[in-house]
Ligand binder design. Structure first.
Ligand SMILES: Nc1ncnc2c1ncn2[C@@H]1O[C@H](COP(=O)(O)OP(=O)(O)OP(=O)(O)O)[C@@H](O)[C@H]1O
Ligand SMILES: [Mg+2]
Length: 263
């Protein structure tokens, strides 16, 4: 199951541990959505579940840390012809990166470049990296790595994902330029999305509340498998003596989101 966590285990080339974003680890330690509320971990074998930040710290080395120039090269300087989408947090570009060990064919990726870097955007960027650094399931999008630089020209936060060839479910439902999918394929997509959700709720030692289930976040791979994406709003579910999770608007300045077509 953890196979993919080791895919970038080769430390020889582009992974640069020393350059990983410090706020990811710092945030892990003080992240109030988990450890502070958790029952003290037992030192014995029967312990309370680990939090996402704790799990992330164990696995962070599996994410690649890219430089901005690597991602500029990957996207031909964020060429607008390579732009494949735009969301609330920025633009998404198709790109191509070298494999981790430098051998083999280039890997096609989607690079998301955040442009709203208020506190909120930054917090969601951290959540995205921490959740997707831990979660692994065939119906979840795979985060390959990230770039975090605070240079003279401002703060840059980017995310690098596996490229999903068939875009999003939203495109197939509402974009007239994209072919309509058959009912059989729709069913496959719905079942895949449900399996992804079941994994979030029951497949880990912590429960994950997704909070952003909508058709533009159901990406589709080359075989039209559903791959849930965007975990910036995700939260850990109740654990130990904490019996509820707040989804209050004031918490995030966003609403709990589910598209009408899913209801
Ligand atoms: N890994 C990916 N592979 C292929 N296309 C992608 C990938 N990630 C995102 N996209 C494309 O980029 C679009 C924008 O994605 P993004 O997550 O930034 O915003 P959104 O989900 O559409 O909106 P919002 O910001 O409101 O969540 C998606 O709808 C999809 O078409
Ligand atoms: Mg999205």
């Amino acid at each position: 199951m953890l196979k993919c966590f080791y895919i970038f285990k080769d430390k020889s080339s582009s992974r640069r541990r020393g350059e990983s974003a410090p706020e990811l680890s710092n945030e892990s330690r003080r992240n109030g959505n988990s450890e502070g509320n958790r029952a003290t971990r037992s030192t014995g074998s029967v312990s309370s579940p680990r939090s996402i930040p704790e799990m992330y710290r164990e696995r962070e080395q599996n994410l690649r840390v890219f430089t901005l120039s690597e991602l500029k090269e990957a996207t031909r300087n964020f060429n607008r012809l390579l732009k494949i989408g735009e969301g609330g947090f920025g633009s998404v570009y198709k790109g191509s990166i070298q494999p981790p060990n430098g051998k083999g064919d280039p890997i096609v990726v989607a690079v998301k470049k955040l442009n709203t870097l208020g506190l909120q955007g930054h917090r969601q960027w951290i959540a995205e990296v921490q959740f997707l650094g831990v979660l692994e399931h065939p119906n979840l999008v795979k985060l390959l790595g990230y770039c975090a630089t605070d240079g003279e020209r401002g703060i840059q936060r980017l995310l690098v994902y596996e490229y999903m060839q068939n875009r999003s479910l939203e495109d197939h439902l509402f974009n007239k330029a994209v072919p309509v999918v058959s009912w059989k394929t729709r069913l496959k997509i719905i079942l895949g999305a449900a399996q992804g959700m079941a994994y979030l709720h029951e497949g880990l030692e912590v429960q994950v509340i997704y909070r952003d289930f909508k058709s533009s976040n159901v990406l589709l791979d080359e075989n039209f498998n559903a791959r849930l994406s965007d975990f910036g709003l995700a939260r850990e579910g109740p654990a130990g003596d904490r019996s509820h999770v707040s989804t209050a608007v004031s918490d995030d300045n966003v609403r709990f989101c589910m598209d009408a077509e899913f209801l």
